[in-house]
Design a protein around this ligand. Structure first.
Ligand SMILES: C[S@@+](CC[C@H](N)C(=O)[O-])C[C@H]1O[C@@H](n2cnc3c(N)ncnc32)[C@H](O)[C@@H]1O
Length: 300
């Protein structure tokens, strides 16, 4: 009898990796989390600090009670709508692993298009291109660019001091710190001298209209920083400022790339001053949505 009790209590306490994932997935599914099993696996990997291969090859290994409790805590947060990336503290972007905190937007796959377009331009352009990333957030765009092209140097700007701290750590993590400086500033206001020093300016600015905030997914609406999402009544406040102020800072023949919202193409095209910028086109993302506006500084 005694040994059975022990056996029962042992069974109650110890669960295998596979069982822990199954239980976590069940809870997430009940909470309406899409892709519950994959997310449960990611949370388990986070808790026991291992990769997917380990989970698959050690499915029958038992996890500690402490790990079980941590997993339950993480699952509860995810079930409440907190994004997986804020719980695990990481997100992959352009093949690199980025630290994310609640102070930064979670890097999105569509912003990889901005990086690809920028890389194409710097490859064709000057020998040691200088880039400015406005609204750098986690630093994902600037850091990916620097990581891909050793000749590039950059300035990353953000209004949020907490975001800049995360961006600095991501630059360190990917060994590009020596080629990037970070500035806490309101858009381009800190670069006031107005000299054309950049070959390329890139930005994934906040572009959600205030009226659209309530309609966002709860993960985004309730957890990602408002400063990273919202940009005035029409969502164009920061884009408008970038189009107006960046002309004096970009060299003749240099470029400006701006990520825009799915419905902003026509409005943004109307904002472009054609005496300062040659409109090169709008690149579509993988969903076919016009996403990256490409402009070239005129030589006049
Ligand atoms: C959409 S997020 C982009 C973050 C990152 N570049 C990315 O692609 O994941 C916009 C960023 O702009 C910053 N931001 C908002 N208003 C700003 C302003 N007036 N000046 C500078 N940065 C600003 C936010 O803090 C946020 O980090």
């Amino acid at each position: 009898m005694f040994s059975m009790v022990n056996q029962v209590s042992l069974n109650m306490m110890s669960v295998s990796i596979a069982e822990a994932i199954r239980e976590a997935a069940r809870t997430l599914r009940q909470a309406g989390v899409p892709d519950a099993r994959r997310e449960a696996g990611s949370l388990l990997q986070h808790v026991i600090d291992c990769d997917r291969t380990f989970v698959i090859t050690h499915a029958e290994d038992l996890i500690t009670l402490e790990a079980q409790q941590s997993l339950r805590d993480c699952v509860a947060r995810r079930a409440e709508g907190e994004p997986l990336q804020y719980i695990t503290g990481r997100q992959a972007f352009f093949g690199l692993d980025f630290e994310v905190t609640k102070s930064v937007l979670i890097p999105r796959p569509e912003s990889e298009l901005l990086v690809e377009t920028a890389l194409h331009l710097v490859d064709k352009g000057r020998a040691a291109p200088s880039i400015c990333d406005v609204g750098t957030g986690s630093g994902c765009i600037a850091v990916a660019l620097l990581h891909e092209n050793q000749r590039v140097s950059a300035v990353g700007i953000d209004l949020s001091i907490e975001a800049i701290q995360v961006a600095r750590r991501n630059a360190l993590r990917h060994c590009v710190s020596a080629r990037i400086s970070f500035v806490v500033a309101d858009c381009l206001s800190a670069l006031g001298a107005g000299k054309p020093v950049f070959d390329l300016m890139v930005s994934n600015p906040p572009y959600v209209a205030v009226s659209a905030l309530n309609g966002l997914q709860r993960e985004v609406r309730d957890h990602e920083p408002r400063l990273a999402l919202s940009a005035g009544i029409d969502g164009l406040t920061i884009i408008r400022r970038l189009l107006l102020d960046s002309g004096v800072l970009v060299k003749a023949g240099g470029h400006l790339l701006i990520e825009i919202g799915f419905d902003q193409r026509a409005a943004v095209e109307r904002l472009i001053d054609r005496t300062t910028w040659k409109f090169l086109g709008i690149h579509k993302d993988l969903q076919g949505i016009p996403r990256v506006v490409a402009l070239q500084k005129t030589c006049s």
